[in-house]
Design a protein around this ligand. Structure first.
Ligand code: GDP
Ligand code: MG
Length: 167
């Protein structure tokens, strides 16, 4: 099995940390600038007959009034249609307007979405979860929810298993 895995989420949710853990190395390429191309390749992992190609998609622009931004946002949404799996990474502690923007993009993608709830190591009380999580899972009823700690490598093997099942 082989396919493209898009990793999306607002800044600081832990996308780079997660990928570093999955790939077992520091990423050679990180993308901060808005991309005009469809995807930026972040890394490839081949293991036991499964090849996952991790990609970044073009950035979203808040100001949808400007024609260029509208164009970029449209191309960002189209880019998400060109992948096999979308990893939507959120921080279990914090939900912001930027997460909301990403959610609006992810909501209508035709491929499977995996909701990666990161930073679970910061759960002092294990029952304590992202306050928006219940609401969020209602917004993405088809999405599988996988709690992880990218920093400590908790549950990453399980996440990779879920990804492989959907490729
Ligand atoms: P990105 O902007 O989404 O790529 O986020 P980064 O990977 O750069 O991470 C942002 C910050 O969150 C960094 O300080 C990371 O060390 C921290 N971080 C990432 N994953 C975890 C996690 O699982 N637990 C905790 N406690 N911190 C994390
Ligand atoms: Mg990053």
């Amino acid at each position: 099995r082989c396919g493209y895995v898009a990793i999306v989420g607002r800044p600081n949710v832990g996308k780079s940390t997660l990928l570093n853990h999955i790939l077992g190395q520091k990423l050679a390429i990180t993308s901060r600038k808005p991309q005009t191309t469809r995807h930026t390749m972040l890394g490839i992992k081949t293991e036991e007959g499964v090849q996952a190609i991790y990609v970044d998609t073009p950035g979203l622009h808040k100001d949808n009034e400007k024609a260029l931004n509208r164009f970029m946002n449209k191309s960002a949404s189209q880019a998400l249609r060109d992948v096999d799996v979308v990893l939507f990474v959120v921080d279990r502690m914090r939900w912001t307007d930027e997460d909301e923007l990403v959610l609006d993009r992810v909501r209508h993608v035709p491929c499977p979405v995996i909701l990666v709830v990161n930073k679970v190591d910061r759960m002092e009380d294990k029952r304590q979860m992202l306050p928006h999580l219940e609401w969020l899972t209602e917004q993405l009823p088809e999405a599988e929810v996988v709690p992880v700690s990218a920093l400590h490598g908790q549950n990453i093997a399980e996440l990779e298993k879920v990804i492989a099942q959907r490729l």
